[in-house]
Design a binder for this molecule. Structure first.
Ligand SMILES: CCCCCCCCCCCCCC(=O)SCCNC(=O)CCNC(=O)[C@H](O)C(C)(C)COP(=O)(O)OP(=O)(O)OC[C@H]1O[C@@H](n2cnc3c(N)ncnc32)[C@H](O)[C@@H]1OP(=O)(O)O
Length: 204
């Protein structure tokens, strides 16, 4: 069992701060002038209030990503740029395992935009890499790394619409695990991905 290394209040403050950063990142891209000033002032007020009075924060839910001491004794913070509540770059996602299939959902806002109204293709690849990695991880005892990933963009992937990423393992061959999946907006498959994950050679 891992130990926590900071108080629940501090973890809650960190995640609140990350949420402020997410809102500011979006606001900077869709507001100007007084509208932007209002947002910045409101978020700064919220941060000041949270710092001076911890009861300002909603502590009903436990923090999603408190730092902890790993079984090997390292202080560990989840830095993941897809899933960590504490990393402002990460959108908020859900991940569920259903048998061999892993499903992830999220809605992406303007910081992830490429062409107007569409998700940046590189970020679509990030989401597929992540869901496929989870599918692979659920089938292996060891860690593995993405060795190749081929992405096919079938349709525009919309900003501001719930997206569903699905991944499954298609073949295991020794250290090599192949997986495939897709990203859907509603019922429409917009992006497909397939790749290879390789576990490091065992140490001799
Ligand atoms: C729940 C817990 C949460 C935890 C949070 C953590 C979240 C993490 C989330 C992470 C999310 C995302 C994940 C990430 O972001 S992972 C980060 C991105 N990926 C990397 O950094 C990996 C970089 N590469 C390497 O380090 C090495 O290549 C590794 C160590 C993987 C293997 O190096 P190694 O020198 O050992 O082997 P090899 O690669 O030469 O070859 C291996 C085998 O593969 C065959 N091969 C190669 N290419 C292909 C191909 N295209 N089609 C078919 N086969 C191919 C090749 O012929 C050989 O076959 P064989 O001769 O053995 O039969």
């Amino acid at each position: 069992m891992s130990d926590l290394v900071e108080s629940r209040a501090d973890s809650t403050l960190a995640e609140f701060t990350a949420d402020v950063c997410r809102r500011l990142a979006s606001g900077l891209l869709d507001r100007t002038g007084d509208d932007l000033r209002d947002l910045v002032a409101q978020e700064v007020d919220g941060l000041r209030a949270a710092l001076s009075d911890p009861s300002f924060l909603d502590t009903a839910d436990a923090p999603s990503d408190p730092p902890f001491v790993s079984p090997k004794g390292y202080t560990t913070i989840n830095t993941n740029p897809v899933t960590s509540r504490r990393n402002p770059l990460a959108p908020l996602v859900t991940i569920e395992h259903d048998g061999d299939v892993v499903e992830m959902t999220t809605t992406l806002s303007l910081p992830y935009q490429g062409p107007r109204g569409r998700v940046h293709g590189g970020y679509a690849a990030v989401l597929l890499d992540h869901v496929l990695w989870h599918a692979v991880r659920s089938r292996l005892d060891s860690v593995s790394f993405t060795r190749s990933l081929t992405i096919t963009y079938e349709q525009a992937l919309p900003i501001g619409t719930e997206l569903t990423m699905t991944g499954r393992v298609t073949e295991i061959d020794g250290r090599k695990t192949f997986a495939a999946g897709e990203i859907k907006a509603g019922d429409v498959v917009c992006v497909r991905g397939e790749g290879l994950w390789v576990s490091p050679r065992p140490r001799t």
